[in-house]
Design a protein around this ligand. Sequence first.
Ligand code: 4NP
Length: 164
Amino acid sequence: MAEDARVSVRRVLLVCLGNICRSPLAEAVARKRLAEAGLDVAVASCGTGGWHASEGADTRMIAAARAAGYDLSIHRARQLRERDFADYDLLLAMDSDNLRGLRKLAATQEEAERAALFLEWTGAAPPVEFPDPWYGDAAGFSAAVKLAERGVAGLVERLRDTNR
Ligand code: 4NP
């Protein structure tokens, strides 16, 4: 289904590893841009790992997002759960490791097919991996904001078409 542009997508889950950098950022950008586009699509995020569950977003990520006009201050991390496949139509992973983690939890082929790579599904040119800024410097966090904005622009366009 993730590859079928004609199936309506109303609930999107964005997935990274820790749910403190990339996916909360993409969630905040997506929420803002989807609302601006007038698209009625719910968006949330989580991590395949649970080490940071209930923590806020990384302070470096919060700062870079804030500088670009996105508020991550109320985010709380949570871990991916099996029920997410019932609760979301489309589950978009930030990188291939996250996608493997997602597909491992899928109970059926149909569920596995609703998981895809964020930058691939949103039509970005390769490389379609979203690099993890966690290990890097401030420039990496600013670059992550730009990449999230690029992915979300594609997401909005594709959802506009999908949900028409
Ligand atoms: P994220 O970044 O997956 O973009 O939230 C990470 C945050 C924390 C860790 C790894 C990635 N960690 O290993 O704790």
